[in-house]
Ligand binder design. Structure first.
Ligand SMILES: NC(=O)C1=CN([C@@H]2O[C@H](COP(=O)(O)OP(=O)(O)OC[C@H]3O[C@@H](n4cnc5c(N)ncnc54)[C@H](O)[C@@H]3O)[C@@H](O)[C@H]2O)C=CC1
Ligand SMILES: O=C(O)C1=N[C@H](C(=O)O)C[C@H](O)C1
Length: 250
């Protein structure tokens, strides 16, 4: 049998972490070494890592803790697979440089669902021809960050190919601040938070006499697991950090 990959999970008791633990139990090539909880002393953290000896740390925690976990992984030579959203652009750039320097594999993916990756790719394709675009992302009401990491990544991919133009009426006025959503390089992102939702995104395009809607819905958290599984295996053979699962899919 090939050597098993030892996987620790930060946030193993959370909504996503519980799904990851179930997924790990179903794959004989992966072994769950335990929940890494860093809300303890330095000594406590070191003790957990010494006992678990993980090859990979899967992180589904909070926007406040993920940066520290990336630093811990660097210091320990553990390869992170990060689903947690909310890292700033500057933090992402810094980590990309530091992991490259260290020659250590790392994956940060704002969305592990293949349908969401396709939604981003199709949106970037469409934006080249239909530059009038708005993003609506819809999530459960326990989500901490807005806009979603997926919406930000989609916006980044759209902005890379979209002709820059001013959308809407030039004299448009918001009678309630925020009514037109957040501005991302000249187009808008709207965040909806409601109980009953999981993770959804609609990218709307408009042109003369026509509209185009590209929508993705994660109706449960199992939808992210094939992507997490693929990332754990891929990160073992990588040097440096990639941001976005689309880099692993041709
Ligand atoms: N990339 C992707 O495909 C997806 C990403 N996410 C992101 O994953 C993150 C987690 O989402 P959920 O599981 O819904 O949240 P959650 O709130 O259910 O789980 C977070 C868990 O992290 C734990 N935690 C907090 N601080 C910690 C620390 N210092 N050390 C260890 N554990 C700690 C909490 O106790 C909790 O169990 C969010 O940032 C969310 O946006 C969520 C779904 C899919
Ligand atoms: O918090 C969530 O639930 C999700 N977060 C990620 C994001 O911010 O895009 C991925 C997915 O949308 C679910």
């Amino acid at each position: 049998m090939t050597k098993q990959i030892r996987v620790a999970v930060a946030g193993a008791n959370g909504r996503m972490g519980q799904e990851v633990v179930k997924m790990l139990a179903q794959d004989p090539t992966l072994v769950f070494t335990g929940n890494l909880d860093t809300r303890v002393s330095e000594e406590g953290i070191n003790q957990q890592l010494d006992e678990m000896k993980p090859d990979v740390l899967v992180d589904f925690t909070t926007p406040h803790t993920v940066y520290r976990h990336m630093e811990l992984c660097l210091a320990r030579g553990v390869r992170p697979v990060v689903g947690t959203t909310g890292l700033t652009t500057e933090q992402l750039q810094e980590m990309t440089e530091r992991y490259k320097e260290a020659g250590l594999g790392a994956i940060i993916a704002p969305n592990f669902a293949i349908g969401a990756i396709l939604c981003m790719k199709f949106s970037a394709m469409a934006a080249k021809y239909m530059p009038h675009v708005e993003i609506i992302e819809l999530h459960h009401d326990r989500k901490l960050d807005a806009p979603s990491g997926t919406a930000l990544k989609t916006a980044e991919m759209i902005a890379a190919v979209r002709e820059e133009l001013k959308q809407g009426h030039p004299e448009e006025v918001e009678t309630i601040p925020g009514a037109r959503g957040a501005d991302y390089e000249g187009f808008r992102i709207h965040s909806v938070r409601l109980p009953g939702m999981v993770a959804h995104q609609e990218v709307l395009f408009g042109a003369t006499g026509q509209t185009l809607s590209i929508r993705h819905d994660s109706i449960n958290r199992e939808s992210f697991m094939p992507g997490v599984n693929m990332a754990i295996k891929a990160v073992m053979n990588m040097n440096g950090l990639i941001y976005g699962l689309e880099h692993l899919i041709d």
